[in-house]
Structure formats: C-alpha cells, structure tokens
Design a protein around this ligand. Structure first.
Ligand code: ADP
Ligand code: MG
Length: 287
C-alpha cells in the first residue's frame, strides 16, 4: 500500500512523527485527556479575515460544542486546533493554541506530532477503503511508528471504545470500506483513539448518518470523554444539548469575520444565555 491511495485528510491525521511509544513519550503533551486553550485566534484565506480574535478554553474531560450558522468559521477554528489549517493554500493565522500549557505552534513542535496528540474525525467517514478493519485501526500506530506489545489488544480496545467491537470482532480482516456509513465513522473514531490522543476534534461527525448511527456516536462520545477531551462542531442543536458540557456560539454577521458571541455551560446556553442572538440561534430562529 502506498500513501498515494489515501485521501489527503486521512493521510494528514494518520501520518505523524516517529520515535515515541505507547507507554511513554518525550513529549509533555501527554497521553491523557488534555486541556486546550486558544487565545486571540484569527484566520485568513488569501488575505481575507474569516475568524477574528477567538478565545476559547476547552477543558480536560469535557465536551465542548462549537455551534453557529454555516460559514462562521467553526471548521477553520477546529483545523487551527491541530495544525491542519496550515496545510491549505493561502491560509494564514494568528494567535496561540496551547495543549497542557505547550504551544502547539512553537518552532520546536512538529505539526505531525501535534496531530497525533490532537486527533480529528471528519463529516464524511474516511476509512482507508483498501485496508482491512484491523489495518485501519492500526494505521495511525503504523504511520507514527508507535511500538506496541500486543496489536490485538490495541484493536479490541480502540474498537470497544468506539462502540464497534461486537459488530466487527468476527470480521476484522474485511475491508473498512465495506462497512455501513455509521460503522465507518466509528471505525474512524477507533483509528483516531488507537494512538491515544489527548484531544479529539470532531467536525459534524454525524451529519452524514442516520438517527440510530447518530445516537450510537453520541453514546461513544459520552463513553470516551473521561480519557479524551472532545471538541465537536454540530449543526444539530439537540445533539449539542445532549453531548456537550460547554457550548461556544460562533457568528459571522453582515460579511464580517466569524467570532464567538458567547461561551457558557450548555444548560445556560440553551435556557438563559446572555446574548439574545444565542437564544434565537439555539431555538432555530435563524441559521
Ligand atoms: P463553518 O465550518 O462554520 O461553516 P468554515 O470555517 O468552513 O465555516 O468557513 C469560514 C469562512 O472561510 C467562510 O467564509 C468560507 O467560505 C471560508 N473558507 C473556508 N475554507 C476555505 C478555503 N479552503 N479557501 C478559502 N476560503 C475558505
Ligand atoms: Mg464547517
């Protein structure tokens, strides 16, 4: 298998640096749920400012939902959190992002290492279609050259956490592309979890899935939240309400760059937010 048959985003999130192992790491970013702090984040595409001065604290072992109408910069912000933004032509950024107090944009920090600690799951399930289920789960370890004493345990553990083990345990050598959409997305979650990230970024992970698969993924999120900090973009307000502890409401008004209107505990954001625009948005009155 060559990297040329991998989709670009899969390759970027799976390919990473060498020289670390499962049990310990020279990198202080750590192997447990991490705290992610963004300050003064701005983003440009070809000189156009699309995201202005975003401050957001994504707490350890919490689920933070990013909500807001299309085009307000949620995906851009998410990609800045694991250095995917810099892979886009014409994209620039300002501000800082720290994981457990470490600047992820420090010149000494490799983007590939950052992406290993801060994993990502996309809207469209993107398993490597020509790899088996088992190879998909192990692909991140392989690309990262992470040594593991027992691959079978890693596969079982990651698939169990992703809520897929019982459905695929008897066919681990089947192709990942042969699974249903919901199963493929859980396979992508298993692949992301297998390298033990501190943070998992999810960009509308259920928007291409049916309601039953959606609920299954939400259940997975609530099961993994103790060991990995989750940041999820969703347009589904019921979902934001069900899965998140904290919500950040992004808005881009009248062609102005996206910014955060309000951040708060999810219960407050849905019942008694400070800004009237937040209440209008969560109640479906616009966007
Ligand atoms: P959201 O995820 O909230 O829908 P995005 O982060 O995708 O918003 O987009 C924010 C703004 O940046 C939009 O105006 C969008 O058109 C623009 N944008 C996003 N990606 C690119 C890109 N690759 N090149 C140029 N402009 C982009
Ligand atoms: Mg988006």
């Amino acid at each position: 298998m060559t990297t040329s048959d991998l989709s670009e985003e899969s390759r970027l999130v799976a390919t990473s640096s060498s020289g670390t192992n499962q049990s310990g790491s020279a990198n202080p970013m750590g192997m447990e749920a991490g705290e992610l702090v963004a300050e003064g984040v701005c983003a440009w595409f070809s000189g156009r400012l699309v995201l202005a001065d975003v401050d957001l604290h994504m707490e350890r072992q919490r689920v933070t939902a990013l909500i807001g109408p299309s085009g307000c910069g949620k995906s851009t912000f998410l990609r800045i959190l694991n250095r995917m933004h810099e892979t886009i032509n014409g994209a620039e950024l300002a501000g800082s992002v720290e994981l457990n107090g470490e600047d992820i944009y420090s010149p000494t920090q490799r983007a590939t290492t950052v992406r290993r600690h801060i994993g990502m799951v996309f809207q469209r399930p993107n398993p490597f279609p020509a790899m088996t289920i088992e190879q998909n789960v192990l692909s991140g370890l392989r690309f990262n050259r992470i040594k593991t004493s027992n691959k079978n345990d890693v596969v079982e553990e990651a698939l169990t956490k992703a809520g897929l083990w019982t459905e695929v345990r008897d066919r681990l050598s089947n192709l990942g592309g042969a699974l249903s959409g919901g199963q493929q997305q859980r396979l992508c979650i298993a692949r992301a979890l297998a390298v033990r990230p501190s943070v998992l970024l999810m960009d509308e992970p259920c928007s291409a899935l049916d309601p039953a698969s959606t609920l299954r993924i939400e259940q997975t999120i609530s099961e993994i939240r103790e060991e990995v900090t989750v940041v999820i973009v969703t347009h589904n307000m019921q979902q934001a309400n069900r899965v998140s502890d904290t919500c950040a409401f992004f808005l881009s008004e009248n062609g102005k760059p996206g910014h955060i209107v309000e951040v708060g505990p999810t219960t407050k954001m849905f019942s008694d937010p400070d800004d009237p625009r937040t209440l209008d948005y969560v109640n479906g009155r616009f966007g």
